[in-house]
Design a binder for this molecule. Structure first.
Ligand code: KIV
Length: 274
C-alpha cells in the first residue's frame, strides 16, 4: 500500500481529524516552514504545523523567543501558497497572545486570513480566557502542554515536565481545562509516557505527542529532524530516516566537481595555449 495520499484525497478538516483519532487511526504531524517542505510533507501527513521552531531550526536562533508575527506570517504564507491537503496549523509566537485579547484575536485571525485552519498556543490554566475568546471568534485552537519551549527560562532549560506526582497532576488537570475551554487537540511535549497515556485515555480530543512516548493519538516531529538536516543537538526521541545533511553535502560536492571540470574544459577551449 502506498504511504502517499492520492491527489484527490479529501482535505483534512478538524472533525475528520477527530474522527480518525476516535477510530484509532494514528495522526501524523510534521512541521513545514516554506513551500518546499510543505510539498514534501503534505502527501504523507495529516496536519502541517508552521511551528515557531522555525527560529532554531532555520533561522539560527537558540530558542523560539525571538520569533515575531511578521516572521510567522512570512513562513505561513509560503506554506499556504502550496494549498496543502493536510490541516494547516500556525503557531502563535511568543508575545503574540500575551498582551491583550484584542491583539491576540487580530494575530490569530490574521493567521486564518493567510490560510491557516487553526492556531496553536502554549500553556495551561493561564491561557483559558484567551482560548475561550479565540474559539468564540471561530478560531480553532490546539493547546500545547508539558515542555513548552517559550517557557524555556521559566523551566530552567528544555527539560522533561511532569516527572513528579504534583506536576503530573497539574498537567492532567490543565489538559482537561484546555479541552473544556474548546481546544480541538492538544500537543504533549516532553512528558513521561505514562502521563501522556493517562491524558490521552481521559480526554475526548486527540493528543499529539513529541517526546511523550507512544500512547498519544498521534505524533508530531520537526521535519528537518526526521530528514537529518538539523545539525548539533538532535532530541533522543527523534528517529532519523535519512542523513539528509550528509547526503545533500555529498550531492553538492559531486556537483562542484562536475562544475569545476566543465570550467577547466571551457578555459582550455578559450585559451588553448594557457
Ligand atoms: O514549534 C514547533 O515546531 C512545535 C512542535 C514541535 C510541537 O511547537
Amino acid at each position: 500500500m502506498s504511504h502517499f495520499s492520492s491527489s484527490d484525497a479529501p482535505a483534512v478538516t478538524i472533525p475528520l481529524l477527530q474522527q480518525w483519532a476516535r477510530d484509532g487511526r494514528r495522526l501524523v504531524v510534521t512541521t513545514a516552514y516554506d513551500a518546499i517542505t510543505a510539498r514534501l510533507a503534505d502527501p504523507v501527513v495529516d496536519m502541517i504545523l508552521v511551528g515557531d521552531s522555525v527560529g532554531n531550526v532555520c533561522l539560527g536562533f537558540d530558542n523560539t523567543l525571538p520569533i515575531s508575527m511578521t516572521m510567522m506570517n512570512h513562513h505561513l504564507e509560503a506554506v499556504a501558497r502550496t494549498r496543502p491537503r493536510a490541516l494547516l496549523v500556525a503557531d502563535m509566537p511568543y508575545l503574540s497572545y500575551h498582551l491583550s485579547l484584542e491583539d491576540t484575536l487580530r494575530n490569530a485571525g490574521g493567521f486564518l486570513q493567510r490560510g491557516a485552519k487553526a492556531v496553536k498556543l502554549e500553556g495551561g490554566g493561564k491561557r483559558l480566557a484567551t482560548i475561550r475568546a479565540l474559539v468564540d471568534c471561530e478560531i480553532p485552537v490546539m493547546g500545547h502542554l508539558g515542555l513548552t519551549p517559550q517557557s524555556v527560562h521559566a523551566m530552567g532549560g528544555f527539560k522533561v515536565q511532569g516527572r513528579g506526582a504534583e506536576d503530573a497532576l497539574q498537567i492532567l488537570e490543565d489538559a482537561h481545562r484546555l479541552q473544556e475551554a474548546g481546544c480541538f487537540a492538544l500537543v504533549l511535549e516532553g512528558v513521561p509516557a505514562e502521563l501522556a497515556a493517562r491524558v490521552t485515555e481521559t480526554l475526548s480530543i486527540p493528543t499529539i505527542g513529541i517526546g511523550a512516548g507512544p500512547h498519544c493519538s498521534g505524533q508530531v516531529l520537526v521535519l528537518h529532524d526526521v530528514l537529518g538536516l538539523t545539525q548539533g543537538h538532535r532530541p533522543k526521541f527523534v528517529r532519523t530516516y535519512v542523513d539528509g545533511f550528509d547526503l545533500l553535502q555529498q550531492a553538492l560536492a559531486l556537483g562542484r566537481g562536475c562544475a569545476l571540470r566543465r570550467l577547466s574544459v571551457c578555459c582550455r577551449i578559450l585559451c588553448p595555449a594557457g
